[in-house]
Design a protein around this ligand. Structure first.
Ligand code: ADP
Ligand code: ZN
Ligand code: ZN
Length: 866
């Protein structure tokens, strides 16, 4: 019989269990109802007492997380006197007419106030004890509290849906423990169950079956369990079908004349991809058919093999890669990291291409060797394939990818595999910070400054860095924050260290690998360009750089900061701007291909309209397109340089699963000269052939009302510039702008992180903005304008009563885009000093003031306030 994952996990954890103490006792907070209303998050108080029912002699209630298809929530049950339950135990509970699995979350001495006691049902039994490490629940509770969220919402982010629902509870005999004549000294029901089990070949039945056969079976099962004659376990759901997938492997790379040119191309692409690839991927990559690939198999160039795949996302095995010999700065950084024991926070500040990833890899190797696991977080899925490949090349099958774009099945399988506790590296985006790795040795946040680590909605509005910090403390393991452009939060922390504080470390990699120089950065003043009569979106400099690049057979990147700078359509005669009927924003022009129907699209709600032939306002036929989106740039590029092949890389072209990977692979394989794209391009892309980076117009980044605009613009421009010159050839970066004198532009040009950050910090300090002051943004939205405004006013009123007079309450005010997707938006901004944080009341209580039809999101440490 296949060994069952739950019991294996149990074995790994038996040691941890022995010191496992129940600590989530809550004496104050009223409990939740039997209905699925969310439970309030309460900080747990660690206590050394075990929760033996008999000791306290007091009735206890248990909150159980029930999670089956269609039912998810926290429900309250009472604890029968003969059971001992600890938080984190897997229990079985009655739900309607069924018995289902659940996880015990908290024990309470007070019953829920709003629930009739007679309606509360008992926990049926404990199935597995200590399934989750105790620190895991502490993490979820602390995060719920910090982000003014209910526990259930945090659990929803952390656990995959339907975790227990598909498992079945079973009973099996422990033959060796059953004494002769056992039946004679147990109860009648127990005896009946014993006989049934003994008559089954493996002594194994589902609880449901036993209950159907024997009246009062549960009592009997519990008795047999107590006597140690049987054990109960959860049977993990069987994979519905083993999934098979076809891999294509190159077995002969001596390409002969028996190949058509098309077949030759396919083989070449296969070879460029390491000689092995999934059939489906190859077909997409080469735009070919299965028949072509089968022909290649017949000719003896490739083999096709069916492989069983776990539904965890995995690429093709990478060729084995060995640790690189570190340069001095890398070696110093690695040595410092390896010297750490217990919780610590390291800021690894390394310029782009300085070899941070190599340091992570070598820091992780000994952790795996010691039987522990590592968690590596990256900002966006677009860059995960490249990074994942590098980790796979080093650690092979021990690498596992986890992010919210996985299908439910993949998420579920990956998760089940993680909790078994085998040493592994989990690479993932934001939500992977909750990956339930039991034996965590290191957490890495790569590109820690990136705003995609912050969730803005739904609640909890957590930042993965904050969760990582809490986790590093709870699990007593180090946390590495890596970046070429650290967030001001992290920078401030390092700069104002009390000397004796040994939990924070600053490590720097000031040079690129092999002393390659950082790219030279040229600033082009677009106003002058226009004066000189150049009306193209490409300056003379950029044009000549592109020509030179092509001549030398190199590659380039064109970056368009899309936000706030997409193409909008306006009437030249009356100035009318075509707007979305549901949102207070203009529509963007979308060009797909030559001859396609011209469409206008809303980037907020995805509303699509035909482009009007004339102005809807004054009927003038003269409509003008402003701004440059990726489409327009690609179009202009094709016109100006028809021999440059380009790939568009933005949210339109990367919508389908795996599209990121394919586009990047094609670019890296030299299939195109230029990659044209938005924000996604700025991150982690490491293509040695790229020598030219052009920023089409930096202004969209510079002029924004948000107090973080400067910081973000500096980070984005520095990161995108850092894509150039990572190979042998030096890179060249051309930034076009109407504001060449802007301090951000100056700092980027001089690669001057330090003085830029220090100036920014000074300004933040003066205005009491983070990292000095703290912000909480309460956001309201709803269809009824009046109602949204009134709710915001009522909540603001309550805030004034709740919060100390030191706390600033700004608003309520309409959000800067007042309507999105027909919903009106209002907000309240709360600003307070760090010292006040401790005394802040639980703002989650404000939710009771909010009617059903208005949604309210509490955004703690918001990244955007406009
Ligand atoms: P970062 O993460 O700081 O941008 P990477 O780790 O991606 O830098 O390193 C940039 C390039 O240099 C990668 O191609 C990597 O393989 C290579 N590299 C890193 N460390 C070394 C080393 N010690 N010796 C040789 N090459 C290295
Ligand atoms: Zn008009
Ligand atoms: Zn819209």
């Amino acid at each position: 019989m296949e060994s069952n994952q739950f019991s294996r996990f149990h074995e790994v954890y038996s040691e941890a269990l022995s010191c496992y103490s129940a600590q989530m006792v809550d004496r104050v907070e009223p409990n939740t109802a039997f209905t699925s209303s969310p439970t309030k998050a309460v900080m747990c108080v660690a206590e050394e007492t075990k929760l033996y029912q008999t000791e306290s002699n007091q009735q206890q209630w248990v909150e159980v997380l029930v999670d089956c298809p269609g039912i998810q929530g926290l429900y309250t049950y009472y604890l029968p006197t003969d059971l001992i339950v600890n938080p984190g135990d897997i229990v079985s509970v009655p739900f309607g007419a069924q018995i289902i699995g659940g996880i015990a979350i908290r024990l309470c001495y007070t019953p829920p106030v709003d629930l009739e006691l007679s309606r509360i049902r008992p926990i049926e039994d404990v199935i597995t004890s200590g399934f989750f490490p105790q620190s895991y629940w502490q993490l979820l509770q602390q995060i719920a509290q910090y982000y003014c969220s209910d526990l259930m919402s945090v659990i929803r982010v952390a656990l995959p849906p339907g975790l227990l629902g598909r498992s079945q509870r079973r009973i099996r005999l422990k033959l060796e423990s059953i004494p002769p004549g056992a039946e004679t000294f147990c109860s009648v029901v127990a005896g009946k169950i014993l006989r049934l089990l003994q008559n089954q070949a493996e002594g194994d039945y589902s609880v449901n079956y036993l209950k159907n056969q024997i009246k009062g079976a549960i009592r009997g099962i519990r008795e047999l369990n107590k006597r140690g004659w049987i054990e109960s376990y959860l049977e993990p759901p069987r994979p519905i079908q083993a999934k098979l997938k076809t891999a294509v492997t190159l077995i002969n790379d001596n390409f002969l004349l028996d190949l058509t040119s098309r077949q030759g191309e396919v083989l070449q692409i296969l070879k460029n991809n390491g000689g092995e690839i999934w059939l489906t991927e190859l077909i997409q990559l080469c735009r070919t058919t299965p028949a072509t690939v089968k022909k290649l198999a017949q000719k003896g160039y490739v083999t096709l093999s069916e492989r069983e795949i776990l539904r965890k996302e995995q690429g093709i095995a990478q060729p084995q890669d060995i640790p690189k010999k570190l340069n001095q700065a890398q070696a110093k950084a690695l040595a410092s990291i390896q010297n750490l024991t217990g919780t610590a926070q390291i800021l690894l500040h390394g310029v782009t291409g300085s070899g941070k990833t190599e340091v992570y890899l070598q820091a992780i190797a000994p952790i795996l060797a010691a039987g522990k696991s590592a968690l590596v977080l990256v900002p966006e899925i677009g860059l995960t394939p490249q990074l994942t490949d590098r980790f796979r090349a080093r650690f092979g099958e021990q690498v596992c990818v986890y992010h919210s774009a996985l299908s439910d099945g993949e998420r579920y399988d990956t998760w089940r595999q993680m909790i078994q506790g085998e040493p592994q590296v989990v690479i993932g985006t934001r939500s992977a910070i909750f990956a339930p790795l039991p034996n965590l040795g290191l957490i890495v946040l790569d590109e820690e400054h990136d705003s995609s680590f912050k969730q803005t909605s739904p609640i909890p509005t957590y930042h993965a860095r904050k969760v990582a910090q809490v986790r590093s403390q709870l699990e007593n393991c180090p946390l590495i924050l890596g970046s070429a452009t650290p967030s001001l939060e992290s920078w401030e922390q390092i700069n104002h260290l009390p000397v004796e504080n040994s939990e924070f470390y600053y490590l720097s990699l000031p040079e690129r690998i092999q002393a390659r120089s950082l790219p030279s950065i040229e600033i082009v003043d677009l106003r002058e360009e226009l004066n000189r009569g150049n009306r193209s979106i490409f300056s003379k400099s950029l044009q000549s750089a592109l020509v030179q690049m092509k001549e030398r057979g190199q590659q380039g990147i064109l970056f368009i900061p899309r936000r706030g700078h997409s193409t909008f359509v306006s009437c030249r005669s009356c100035g009318y701007v075509v707007e979305c009927p549901h949102c207070d924003v203009s529509l963007s022009y979308h060009y797909t291909h030559e001859g396609a129907t011209p469409l206008l699209r809303c980037h907020y709600c995805n509303y699509v309209a035909l482009q009007p032939k004339q102005c809807p306002e004054c009927e003038s036929p003269y409509l003008k397109f402003f701004g440059s989106g990726t489409q327009k740039v690609t179009q202009e590029l094709n016109k100006l340089f028809p021999n440059l092949k380009c790939i568009r890389f933005d949210s339109d072209t990367t919508r389908t699963k795996g599209a990121h990977r394919q586009l990047l692979a094609r670019f890296a394989a030299g299939e195109a000269d230029i990659l044209v794209g938005t924000q996604m391009l700025t991150k982690g892309l490491d293509v040695a052939g790229v020598t030219v980076v052009g920023v089409v117009a930096a202004d969209g980044l510079l002029h924004r009302s948000d107090y973080r605009a400067g910081e973000r613009a500096f980070q984005t421009l520095t990161q995108v510039a850092g894509r150039a010159g990572r190979g042998e050839e030096t890179g060249r970066v051309i930034i076009q702008t109407y504001s060449p004198e802007h301090p951000v532009i100056k700092a980027v040009q001089e690669h001057d992180y330090v003085s830029f950050s220090n100036t920014e910090l000074q300004q933040r300090a003066e205005l009491n903005y983070p990292p000095y002051g703290n912000l909480i943004l309460i956001k309201f939205s709803g269809v009824e304008e009046k109602q949204v405004q009134q709710t915001a006013e009522i909540v603001a009123e309550r805030c004034i009563n709740l919060l100390s007079s030191q706390t600033q309450i700004l608003g309520p005010a309409p959000a800067s885009i007042m309507r999105i997707a027909r919903r009106y938006r209002w907000q309240i901004l709360i600003k307070f000093a760090t010292e006040e944080k401790e005394q802040l009341p639980d703002l989650n209580q404000l939710r009771s003031l909010c009617p059903q039809s208005v949604s309210m999101v509490i955004d703690v440490d918001p990244m955007n306030i406009d």
